[in-house]
Write a protein that binds this ligand. Structure first.
Ligand code: PLP
Length: 451
């Protein structure tokens, strides 16, 4: 196919891909997407694929969705962009009101930006400056979880803990204190689920007893730690964490960039445990996977600490050229309309139990060690030995092999090491999911079962 050859050459010549070792990439035949429809993506060679990862955990409804396309077109005929810097615009105002209405009770203010990483960067700066603004300058350290991923800007990497990036940029990062995310499959504590939860919470309390006076905030991916391998926290942990943060006056930042907008079965994962963080970040699904808009939501207590005269210098010094982009905010509003119209949260409840049931058969495969699921956020961990939980050696690249095979069979997924991530659009139907899961089963089987 001539078009493919030409695009492939130009792709190799001009495009530098994110998080990609280009030396390997240029030897591969790239997948070049030409269009999408609902849960499928089509490449320029005419092949079709189920989008089993919603681009990268973004597309709520799927691709090329009529209502979302129309919302952008309608706004496009009014104004494409005017920067939110004192001057407001209609979709940004209406979206902020809507977000406050659907967010956990008590989050009252919306600060826009354009990616998950910047939403986190803003949360960090807000938490830090909050304490300065109220005269507690000594509270300037951040607590984060081992293996956390909060984005790739310097601040977000500083509160993240994926070793690879940490090592690469270590001199540029500010130090943060790392705690262990409660991981039931590979827990360092023994006992019942309740005991283990308590043990992980004790780690937090012991740290707070010693150091809360110097801690500004604790940042966490609530309910599911995504990029580290879809680790689902045990019930009660988030509620316990929230109580400890309140008791020891540490701000709680819930990074809902991945979990927000229905992924775990509630609009926001914090709702699973009925908590309201001081700051909540969201992005990804906010625009239904259409345009780069993200948001950092705060309580009035945080917001009010930034009020003062010009001379007091309490202003929040942050903003981007595209902050509050009207096209993005308009499509986000249409996305939220569709949530209601299609009763998507109820639909997620239905499909997540369907997925859970279907996934049980995956345990028949000899290398499926653990299946972790919260709503439509699924990780399947492949292990060399089920009994000992010994992982596959990284060099074996089992995750990459399974993903390649799934692609050949018509399903796009993404590995996180030895964990296969399955995060299809929330609007996927049962029959679409059945097809996707059949492919996934076959791909894992083809790559790991003895023939
Ligand atoms: N926070 C979490 C929890 C994420 O999962 C991600 C991305 O995967 C980010 C932040 C960064 O978002 P973005 O890639 O939009 O910058």
């Amino acid at each position: 196919n001539e078009l493919y050859q030409e695009l492939s050459l130009k792709n190799k010549q001009y495009v530098w891909h994110p998080f990609t070792q280009m030396q390997d990439y240029i030897n591969e035949e790239p997948l070049i997407i030409s269009h999408g429809k609902d849960r499928k993506l089509f490449d320029v060679l005419g092949n079709e694929y189920y989008d089993g990862v919603s681009s990268i955990w973004l597309n709520v409804h799927g691709h090329n969705i009529k209502e979302l396309n129309e919302a952008i077109n309608e706004q496009l005929n009014k104004v494409a962009h005017s920067t939110l810097l004192g001057m407001a615009n209609i979709p940004a105002i209406l979206l902020a009101e809507r977000l406050v209405n659907i967010a956990p009770d008590g989050l009252e203010k919306v600060f826009y930006s354009d990616s998950g990483a910047t939403a986190v960067e803003i949360a960090i700066k807000m938490a830090y400056q909050y304490w300065r603004n109220i005269g507690k300058n000594e509270k300037n350290t951040f607590v984060t979880m081992k293996e956390a991923y909060h984005g790739d800007t310097i601040g977000a990497v500083s509160v993240g803990a994926i070793d690879l990036f940490h090592q690469a940029y270590s001199d540029l990062l500010f130090p943060s204190i790392k705690l262990s995310y409660p991981h039931l499959y590979r827990s360092k504590y023994e006992g019942t689920r309740k005991d283990v939860t308590k043990a992980y919470l004790n780690e937090v309390e012991n740290l707070f007893i010693e150091k809360a006076d110097s801690i500004a905030a604790l940042i966490i991916e609530p309910i599911v730690q995504g990029a580290s391998g879809i680790i689902v926290m045990p019930p009660g942990y988030l509620k316990g964490l929230d109580a400890l943060c309140k008791k020891y006056e540490v701000l709680l930042i819930a990074d809902e960039v991945a979990t927000g907008f229905g992924r775990t079965g509630k609009m926001f994962a914090c709702e699973q445990e009925g908590i309201t963080p001081d700051i909540l970040t969201c992005g990804k699904g906010l625009t239904g996977g259409y345009l780069p808009v993200s948001a950092t939501l705060t309580t009035n207590t945080i917001y009010e600490a930034f009020l003062g005269t010009y001379e007091e210098q309490k202003t929040f010094f942050h903003g981007h050229s595209y902050t509050g982009n009207p096209l993005g905010c308009a499509v986000a509003l249409a996305n939220l309309d569709l949530f209601e119209k299609k009763q998507l949260i109820n639909h997620v409840e239905e499909i997540s139990s369907f997925i859970e049931e279907s996934l049980r058969t995956f345990y028949d495969l000899q290398h499926v060690g653990d299946i972790r699921q919260s709503g439509v956020m699924i990780g399947i961990e492949l292990v060399l030995c089920k009994e000992t939980k010994e992982p596959f050696h990284w060099n074996d690249r089992v995750g990459v092999r399974v993903t390649k095979r799934a692609k050949e069979l018509g399903l796009l997924t993404r590995p996180l090491g030895n964990v296969i991530v399955f995060m299809p659009p929330l609007a996927s139907t049962k029959s679409e999911l059945e097809e996707m899961l059949n492919i996934l089963y076959k791909a894992i089987s083809d790559c790991t079962e003895k023939q």
